[in-house]
Structure formats: C-alpha cells, structure tokens
Ligand binder design. Structure first.
Ligand code: SAM
Length: 331
C-alpha cells in the first residue's frame, strides 16, 4: 500500500544524489529508492525514476497528459525528440502505467495528432489495455495557421485494464437530453443521458449548433485571461474536464495518479473531489507551483470554470448552468 499523509503540499525532493536539474542521473549511478511514495503529494523528478516506488496494482485511475513531442517550450523538458526515441520513452512509462493500475483500473491519455495513432496502437496492442472511447476534445482559439486549418482538438483515449470490470459512474456525469430541455417530452428519461464522445469547449462560436442547455459539455480551455489560469504553465487543462474524468472513472477515496503534473490540474481536481492523489513533475519550478496550488485546494471546494449542465448536479455541478470564458496558446 502507498503511505497516507495529511500533510499535502509539503515538499518532497525525489531527485537523488548525483541527479541533474533535468531529473536524470548526472554522474554516478543512482541507488534505487525502494520506499513507497507518500500519497496526496506532488513528487518532483522523472516519472521513470518515481514509478518504481509505486506498488503493483495500487492505482485506481491514471490521467497522463505527456509532452506531445511538437517542440513546445517547457522550462527544462526538451519537447523535440527523435520520433523513435519518443515512442521508446512512451513505451517505458506506459509499461509502468499498466503495472501500477489495479486490475479494474482506468487510464486516460491526452495526446495530439502527431502521435495519437501510434500511441493508441502502443497502449492497446503492445500494452494490452482496452479502449472504451476515443474522445475528441474540441476547442477553439488554437494557434492560428495560415497554410493549414487551425487545430481545434486534442485526443483523449479512455482505456481500462479489464473490459468487463471497471468503474464508470454514469450518474455522476449525466447531462440533460434534448428531449427534456427542448421538446419537454414526457417520455424523456428524467436522469438525462450520457455525454457524447466529442467534447465542446466553445459553444458560443457555433450558437445554432450548441445551445447552452444542450447535451454537450461546456468546458472551455484555460486561457490566459481566465481567473482559473495559474499563469505559469502553458498547458494547463480545465478542472471541469478532469472533473468529468475523475467523477466518472473513480470513487471518493480512490487513488488518482498523474505522471506529468504540469500545472497540477489533475491533482487539485482529485483533491477537491475527495480522491487521494499522487503526482510527478520533472521541473522543480513547476513542482513548487503545483504544491502551492494544492495547498489552496480544499476537499469539497467547487471546481474552477463553468459548471457542467449535469442532471441533478452534485457538490460541484448544477443543472442548466451557462458556460463562460475564452482563449489560450495551443500546443
Ligand atoms: C503537457 S504538460 C502537463 C499539463 C497538465 N495536464 C496540466 O493540466 O497542467 C507535461 C508536463 O510533463 C512534464 N514532464 C516532462 N517529462 C517528464 C518526466 N519524465 N517525468 C515527469 N514529468 C515530466 C513537463 O515538465 C510538463 O510540465
């Protein structure tokens, strides 16, 4: 079992002696540290060094939003690897994902166009996970292109270890159906319906297609001008997006792991939703900022961003709420 701690946000330096700023060995070989990692903490260092300290079959849900290998400007990570090196690296941390997942565990992967097809094959064919959904997260305000169409989506792969045994809390994420909201049809299921597998973040850009009360998700990207924006990480994902994933694919008290912490969205959202969490982040500066974010997040606190139009709502959602907000730099 992983250790419990209530002292979330306390610093835990996970880089060993002889380790360089990029989290990799700088001189002498490192002695592997066999002690299990503390739960409810962000651990800074290379996920490949930290994963071995997570016991087999101990994690309920993993969300990974790795660098997309598109030359994005991170502070220390070099996002321009040779394609084969990137795939080899993905296979290495992917093996760890599969090892630490519980037999009924779930894995979500966010990835861009460049490696989506190869990573889908890698996690399904090579690592044996079952794909339940290939979700397309649609957003606008991507980086404007002049010689091709502007990118307005990312891929979210929803995998499980066992296609017959997994957590899926449909009641936690149902949305009102058009039958209920538009046609007031008495035959409509009062519990609403499950969301589609295309997630819309800017319904105001297509007003005729996506009415505010419709059954699509209203989860804008976290843009520079948003109150939610932490301001120090260009890849910050919206808490509402992680909220849907965490609510549907885990239960309160479960353990959620994110090997690529970034701005800490997964961890902060997990904490607000009463889940245990475990996070890794290579950059010491990002890691320090994540800890600050985690210190101010409280269990039960509402998620940032416009609430989803969930049926019945819950502590962090309300029925029929309107969306709000705009833009951000695309990866
Ligand atoms: C795309 S960002 C994650 C963004 C995150 N989902 C959020 O909402 O803020 C990827 C992060 O992975 C980190 N990273 C890169 N290589 C890593 C490694 N080997 N181990 C741990 N973190 C790594 C980068 O520093 C970067 O912050």
């Amino acid at each position: 079992m992983l250790n419990d701690t209530t002292a979330e946000g306390t610093s835990s330096e996970e880089r060993g002696a002889g380790e360089g700023r990029n989290g990799l060995p700088s001189s002498s070989p490192l002695t592997p540290d066999p002690s299990p990692l503390l739960k409810d903490q962000l651990h800074d260092g290379d996920c490949l060094r930290l994963f071995p300290r997570v016991p087999d079959g101990s994690v309920d849900l993993i969300f990974a939003d790795p660098p997309f290998n598109i030359g994005y400007d991170y502070d220390i990570y070099d996002d321009r690897k040779d394609a084969q090196a990137y795939l080899d690296w993905t296979l290495a941390w992917g093996r760890e994902v599969v090892r630490v997942l519980k037999p009924d565990g779930t894995f979500w992967l966010a990835i861009g166009d460049e490696f989506a097809a190869e990573l889908k094959v890698l996690f399904h064919r090579e690592l044996g996970l079952s794909l339940r959904n290939w979700v397309v997260w649609y957003y606008t305000f991507g980086v404007h292109c002049t010689k091709k169409f502007t990118r307005s989506h990312a891929h979210l792969f929803y995998f499980v270890r066992d296609p017959k045994r997994f957590t899926f809390n449909d009641q936690a994420i149902r949305v009102p159906s058009a039958r209920q909201l538009v046609y007031f049809d008495a035959r409509a299921n009062p519990k609403g319906r499950l969301p589609d597998d295309t997630w819309i973040l800017r319904p105001q850009n297509v007003p005729d297609g996506f009415a505010p009360e419709g059954d699509t998700w209203y989860i804008p990207r976290v843009c520079g001008t948003f109150k939610e924006r932490a301001g120090w990480h260009g890849c910050q994902m919206p808490e509402q997006l992680l909220g849907r994933i965490i609510r549907s694919c885990s239960n309160p008290g479960d353990l959620v792991l994110d090997p690529f912490g970034g701005s800490g969205t997964t961890l902060a959202t997990a904490k607000k939703l009463h889940r245990h969490f475990l996070g890794f982040e290579l950059s010491p500066d990002y890691a320090a900022a994540i800890r600050r974010r985690l210190e101010s997040a409280r269990p039960g606190q509402p998620l940032e961003g416009g609430p989803e139009p969930t049926v019945g709502g819950d502590a962090n959602g309300s029925t029929g709420a309107k969306p709000r907000r705009p833009r951000a730099k695309s990866r």
